[in-house]
Design a protein around this ligand. Structure first.
Ligand SMILES: [Zn+2]
Length: 333
């Protein structure tokens, strides 16, 4: 079947909350108030759609659609975003990792953020490398970044910070980073505090079911939020499969879209998602979605919310949204 000439913009959110003092403090990436104003603007010009509809040629999706996505399954989606979404009749796709539910563990990405907030950047960095030295000793063996060809990591950080974040998220082997983070987390927050952090941070399974009941789409964000191209094919496939099976068991649904953690994917990822029967894959490549992306399905681009609205005025950025405004040429394919 021919792919309809659809164009859309995807806007990705993570955490969305007012600054509430909690033991496990996260940066609020957006506030409910700003989110409300963003949806008010979007709903004036565009229709909202979910990932599953957008990539399905049989579904009737308006040509100028906005697909809202939430990554990491933050509790904020139900506590803060849901009332705003419903107020504006907006739908969204929510991408969830299985590890917090299956093992009661925080994803490393949030563990890092909690430690960063609590210890301060210098404190955390000092403790991390001291613990590395204590447990593993010697020179750090860093994994290559070949998979990220051309991508600029952490462009707003200074060199020392950039180096540290690359070590944490991309270059020091998981087998070393994970136990160090576990030790520092237990030392900093107290043994046994991880379960509490999980409850405070992520949607509960009841929340997830409630989202489905209200017409929101749940999608795969893998098992443990690992950078997929760092893993061999079998491990990638397993990461994705565990994430999908968790959602299948929870919802009874069988067809899911995946949002690749950190946006990275490679040929092995594509092979794995095809073999597992997923529907489409979302990246973090910042551009509009065109007909060719919908035909290919495995590299659908997404903007981060920070790319879409002015940080000060919170107004929709024309450079982004004019790409799908009515009257734009349909020549892009
Ligand atoms: Zn994520």
């Amino acid at each position: 079947m021919d792919t309809p000439l659809r164009r859309a913009i995807s806007v990705n959110y993570h955490f969305l909350r007012t600054a509430i003092p909690t033991r496990f403090a996260l940066r609020a990436h957006e506030t409910p108030k700003r989110f409300d104003a963003q949806l008010a603007q979007l709903s004036k010009h565009f229709a909202f759609c979910r990932a599953g509809e957008l990539i399905d040629p049989t579904q009737d999706v308006p040509e100028s659609s906005v697909m809202l996505t939430f990554d990491d399954g933050a509790r904020d989606v139900v506590s803060w975003a849901l009332p705003v979404l419903e107020k504006h009749n907006a739908t969204a796709s929510v991408f969830v990792c299985a590890q917090p539910y299956l093992e009661g563990r925080l994803l490393e990405i949030q563990k890092i953020e909690f430690l960063m907030k609590k210890l301060g950047i210098d404190g955390f960095r000092g403790s991390f490398y001291a613990e590395y030295e204590r447990v593993f000793g010697g020179e750090i063996k860093r994994e290559p970044l070949d998979f990220a060809e051309g991508y600029t990591f952490y462009r707003y950080d200074d060199e020392a910070m950039r180096r540290f974040k690359l070590d944490l998220n991309y270059q020091i082997p998981y087998a070393q980073v994970v136990p160090i983070l576990d030790t520092l987390f237990a030392e900093t927050f107290g043994a046994g505090s991880e379960a509490e952090a999980v409850r405070e941070t992520y949607l509960s399974t009841d929340d997830l079911k409630r989202l489905v009941d209200r017409g929101f789409e749940l999608g795969v964000h893998t098992h443990r939020h690992r950078v997929l191209p760092r893993l061999d094919f079998e491990t990638q496939k397993r990461e994705i499969e565990i994430g999908a099976t968790f959602l299948e068991d929870l919802t009874g649904q069988t067809e899911f879209t995946i949002a690749y953690p950190y946006g990275f994917h490679d040929e092995n990822t594509h092979r794995a998602v095809r073999e597992l029967g997923l529907r489409a894959g979302l990246t973090m490549e910042r551009r509009a979605i065109g007909p060719r992306d919908l035909r290919d399905r495995w590299s659908i681009p997404r903007y981060d919310v920070n790319d879409c609205f002015d940080r000060e005025s919170n107004l929709m950025l024309d450079s982004v949204f004019s790409q799908i405004s009515a009257g734009e040429s349909e020549a892009t394919s």
